[in-house]
Write a protein that binds this ligand. Structure first.
Ligand code: 1GP
Length: 246
């Protein structure tokens, strides 16, 4: 079964999902192994792999280690068009629809297209929205785009609607890695009630309580990276909180 079908089926039956984000630049391979084992045990739904920059290690190696211990889908969340690996199950092909940088909307995709085709991994067309979060995040800086202001729920809503109308299969609202403020529940609610494709929320989610609140507001998938890198124990407590929602 394709990753997109699994995600969409779960979202349509209101089963909340938890995605652990591994940035290969921030953790060692031994830590990757540990995170993968804990994630498998804690019933994590997906592992995302990627980062703004890859200055050390290899994406291929990191994904191979994850796949030894985690038997669900491993998806690339690419920080740039060089982050492609045929060891992954799929890739979020992100169009940065909150920005007006043509390169991030289509340019990088053109360059990556032949490599993606050759990799044979599943392509998941995703609308990516960066939301203002209290600090300048790496995603904001590296993409050279302005985030949607924290309280402009209508802009987020219309952008997500347009993304769905253009045929994108997922919407990802991201406050950015290490955000001070996660995406507000008001914004999540407004976006979710106006789209019918799965909604991913990430950036600055640090506790099981916040993860649960975001799910209750309408998130289908919660992504956590930073907080987990600092405390692996959070994997099981956040997973439990998310999966406790019926
Ligand atoms: C960042 O949404 C992800 O792109 C995860 O953010 O690292 O803050 O959990 P955190």
């Amino acid at each position: 079964m394709s990753t997109l079908s699994i995600i969409t089926d779960k979202a349509n039956s209101s089963q909340k999902q938890f995605a652990v984000l591994i940035d290969p630049d921030k953790v060692s391979l031994t830590e990757v192994e540990e995170i993968s084992k804990i994630s498998a045990k804690a019933n994590v739904d997906l592992i995302l792999v990627g980062g703004s920059l890859l200055t050390k290690g290899s994406l291929d190696e990191c994904i191979q280690v994850i796949k030894k211990h985690f038997d669900k889908k491993v998806i690339i969340f690419p920080g740039n068009s060089m982050q492609i690996s045929s060891f992954a199950d799929g890739i979020l092909l992100l169009s940065l629809i909150s920005g007006r940088n043509a390169d991030m909307l289509i340019g990088k995709h053109v360059i990556a297209a032949p490599f993606l085709k050759a990799s044979k991994i599943e392509i998941i067309p995703s609308g990516y929205l960066i939301i203002e979060s209290g600090v300048t995040t790496a995603a904001q800086y590296m993409s050279n785009t302005q985030p949607i202001p924290f309280e402009k729920e209508d802009i987020a809503m219309c952008t997500a609607m347009a993304g769905e109308m253009l045929g994108l299969k997922l919407i990802y609202l991201d406050a950015g890695s290490g955000a001070i403020n996660h995406v507000s529940e008001t914004m999540i609610k407004k976006v979710k009630s106006n789209i019918s494709i799965p909604l991913i929320i990430g950036g600055g989610i640090k506790t099981p309580e916040i993860a649960k609140k975001c799910c209750l507001a309408g998130a289908d998938i919660i992504v956590v990276g930073n907080a987990i890198e600092k405390n692996f124990n959070l994997i099981s407590s956040i997973s439990e909180a998310i999966h406790s929602i019926q």
